[in-house]
Design a protein around this ligand. Structure first.
Ligand code: 5GP
Ligand code: ZN
Length: 113
């Protein structure tokens, strides 16, 4: 399987790591869309959120807990932040290994583009 995020998790491709534990890895997005733009990925490869099963519920929860922790550490928890998870082409998913975008550090617009 040729997955860029699996290679980043395995440190075969360099990344700016923000957080790591046994099940989750977080790193700076290479093309930041906000002053803070961090990707939170499970170490387990899952193509899209549609493939996340009940057995992955804890793992998906850990992704959100990691986002909370990073938002707190970066001082944006109370100011506000946005979590985005794109699924399939119309949503703009470009890497087929699920990832949560943590965006913060500027006012966010709604509806999103
Ligand atoms: P998606 O469009 O799938 O929701 O988000 C994929 C994200 O991964 C994009 O924001 C893109 O900038 C980021 N990305 C793609 N390739 C790399 C890479 O090699 N390194 C890092 N750090 N981010 C990447
Ligand atoms: Zn992968």
């Amino acid at each position: 399987m040729d997955c860029i995020f699996c290679k980043i998790i395995d440190k075969k491709i360099p990344s700016k790591m923000v957080y790591e534990d046994e099940s989750v890895y977080a790193f700076e997005d290479i093309h930041p869309q906000a002053p803070i733009h961090i990707l939170i990925v499970p170490k387990k490869h899952i193509d899209t959120i549609l493939e996340a099963k009940a057995e992955d519920n804890e793992l998906v929860g850990q992704m959100f807990q990691t986002a909370n922790k990073i938002a707190d550490e970066r001082g944006v928890a109370q100011r506000g932040f946005r979590l985005v998870l794109n699924c399939n082409s119309e949503a703009g998913q470009s890497v087929y290994h699920i990832h949560l975008h943590l965006l913060a550090g500027r006012a966010m617009h709604w509806p999103p583009g």
